[in-house]
Design a protein around this ligand. Structure first.
Ligand code: LIP
Length: 262
């Protein structure tokens, strides 16, 4: 597991350094994906190519799921889950909240995760059963925070119809909590929760590459991560907070039916 983590960390650092160096001169030409607001830059693709090359050079035969390149076939028990830039819109605008995220799954279970936030000089790591770390500082999420004092991070998808529902839901949540933050990177939101910079997080419609590595950072910091109605976290829904707050936020969200479509 240590080998997986150190390899993932080396690769996430190399990709982050490349992105930091190239971002100032990057082309403003972008492509769109699922909707006009869902963008991909040439550097998302370059970062994923670099990460795939490094993984396969070290571990030929492993499977890779990446945001831009999809699933690399293979019959290994090991699958790498890669987001070459989480927070692409922030990256495009020169905001610092973007990350390179790499998780390692063995037989479907995430055993190691790295979230590199190059513009902040922060690297979050976690290994299953061995804790979550920011550099050499052990992370523990905030505990004992009631819902009405909770700082809650969330995000919005790229579909206009889905955003209409997300807007209704967040308005109701806002009235019940300390405040809301929309940072623009699911991976950083979950790492911020692990570091005690927010108390809770929820979002509909994220993908495994957004939450695989950071989800382990959050759970290894003591947080609970799941979906609604006792389901595991999935692209349908994610809720995360320390036990106690998790249930309060979960129940509020269930009452608002946030998975509905307009
Ligand atoms: C983004 C997330 C963001 C979320 C967006 C999107 P991308 O990932 O991290 O927090 O709200 O829906 O999934 O597109 O920047 O890799």
């Amino acid at each position: 597991m240590t080998d997986f983590l150190s390899l993932a960390e080396d690769i996430a650092r190399e990709a982050g350094d490349m992105l930091l160096a190239k971002r100032p001169t990057m082309s403003r030409e972008i492509e769109t994906k699922s909707s006009p607001t869902d963008v991909v830059t040439a550097l998302d693709k370059a970062s994923e190519e670099l990460i795939r090359e490094r993984i396969l050079a070290a571990r030929p035969g492993d499977r890779i799921l990446g945001e831009e390149g999809g699933e690399e076939p293979g019959d290994s028990d090991v699958r790498w889950v890669v987001d070459p830039i989480d927070g692409t819109v922030n990256f495009l605008y020169g905001l610092p909240e973007w990350a390179v995220s790499i998780a390692v799954e063995v037989k479907g279970e995430v055993v190691a995760g790295v979230v590199n936030v190059p513009a902040r000089g922060e690297v979050y790591t976690a290994a299953l059963g061995r804790g979550a770390w920011l550099g050499d500082v052990r992370l523990r999420c905030n505990t004992g925070v009631p819902l009405d004092r909770a700082l809650v991070a969330t995000g919005f998808g790229y579909s206009a119809a889905r955003r209409a529902v997300q807007g209704e839901v967040v308005a109701k949540v806002l009235a019940r909590v300390r405040d809301i933050r929309r940072g623009g990177s699911c991976a950083i939101d979950l790492c911020s929760l692990a570091a005690g910079r927010v108390d809770a997080y929820y979002e509909r419609g994220i993908n495994p590459w957004d939450y695989a590595a950071a989800g382990l950072v959050a759970t290894e910091s003591g947080a609970r991560l799941g979906g609604l109605h006792g389901r595991p976290v999935s692209p349908s829904f994610a809720v995360c907070a320390a036990p106690g707050l998790f249930e309060q936020l979960h129940d509020l969200l269930v009452s608002l039916d946030p998975e509905r479509d307009v």
